[in-house]
Design a binder for this molecule. Structure first.
Ligand code: TXA
Ligand code: MG
Length: 314
């Protein structure tokens, strides 16, 4: 299949209406979208990404009102979260409306919904005229793409179109909060911190996520994730790793040791927006090990450490 590259949200949306699959930019990472009401198109997403069929997709909407189209019940905590954080890097999980296919939700009776805070994504979703289900636009198990070139690296020839935009601002995936029962539970950490969520919904819990806890509330968190081919090793600030010139380093402080590649980030936000592309860069350079300096687990630092830990486990 020939993958069309375009900068026109309207042209990309035409393809969605024809039942094709299109990668598009958001503020978090690039997504791979299909019409939520077209089961054949949804199947193509799972095929192109080689995604396990038990991993549910997030519905992307152009307007916060569309939440009521997709959910059968919206709790008052969910309403407050939508009012406060939509549009933005937050996905809320709610009981699904019967019109939403179980293919999109991987058999679950809930659906994750998010409204991207991104001008091109908004124009694209508006032109689609339907909510668009989209996982991150990478081959399953690879780092999420933060540039259109990274999307092509994984999916060129496997998808119909890439809507080209700038590198994504945030660089890691949205925070996922399950609001389908009385007490909201954070299933995946992201740019919207649990501290910020608790200001709106103080009762919110943090999931004992990951395979160790055996939770099945968010199947995606049980799968292999965020792994570069190089081995990821976490190092604490101030402790110099025993490195060789085949290794790489990323962190906030410049190391004195010799590395093949070094990335010093000026802030935690910059570290977050660099991490997935750095993993890919290290793979392209054939780096053996990537040393990642740990950061304080406050705010988005908690989400960053979550991604680095998963990569280190992979
Ligand atoms: O920022 C993002 O969320 C990006 C952009 C493209 O929007 N999307 C993304 O999608 O990261 P994906 O498919 O790579 O990750 C979706 C996560 C998975 O961990 C999945 O298990 C969880 O959200 N999820 C989706 N629907 C769910 C549901 N109904 N219940 C529980 N977890 C759900
Ligand atoms: Mg993903």
């Amino acid at each position: 299949m020939k993958t069309l590259l375009t900068q026109s949200p309207e042209e990309a949306a035409e393809l969605i209406k024809q039942g094709r699959i299109v990668a598009f930019p958001t503020e978090t990472v690039y997504g791979l979208g299909a019409d939520i009401f077209n089961e054949d198109a949804i199947r193509k997403i799972f095929e192109a990404k080689q995604r396990p069929s038990d991993n549910p997709l997030i519905a992307h909407v152009a307007d916060a009102k569309d939440v009521d189209l997709l959910a059968s019940h919206v709790s008052s905590a969910a309403r407050r979260l939508v009012e406060t954080f939509f549009p933005g890097p937050l996905t809320i999980v709610l009981a699904k409306d019967p019109a939403v296919s179980f293919l999109a939700t991987a058999g679950l009776d809930t659906i994750g919904i998010r409204m991207p805070d991104h001008e091109i994504a908004r124009r694209f979703l508006k032109s689609c005229g339907t909510p668009v289900v989209a996982p991150s636009a990478n081959i399953s198990g690879r780092p999420s793409p933060t540039t259109w070139q990274a999307v092509c690296e994984d999916l060129d020839g496997r998808i119909d179109c890439v809507l080209q935009g700038e590198p994504t601002m945030i660089g890691i995936e949205s925070t996922v909060v399950d609001c389908s029962s009385d007490v909201p539970v954070v299933l995946r950490k992201g740019a919207v911190s649990i501290e910020a969520i608790r200001e709106v919904a103080p009762e919110t819990l943090e999931s004992q996520s990951g395979a160790a806890a055996g939770t099945n509330r968010s199947p995606g968190m049980l799968h292999k994730h965020y792994t570069p081919r190089s081995k990821v090793i976490i190092v604490h600030p101030g402790i110099e790793p025993n490195s060789t010139n085949r290794d790489a380093f990323i962190g906030l402080a410049r190391p004195t040791a010799d590395f093949k590649l070094v990335r010093v980030c000026g802030s935690v936000d910059e570290y977050v927006s660099s991490i997935f592309e750095y993993f890919r860069e290290c793979d392209r350079a054939g780096v053996e090990r990537i040393f990642c300096e740990s950061v304080d687990e406050k705010g988005i630092g908690a989400a960053l450490m979550d991604r680095i830990r998963r990569a280190a486990e992979g």
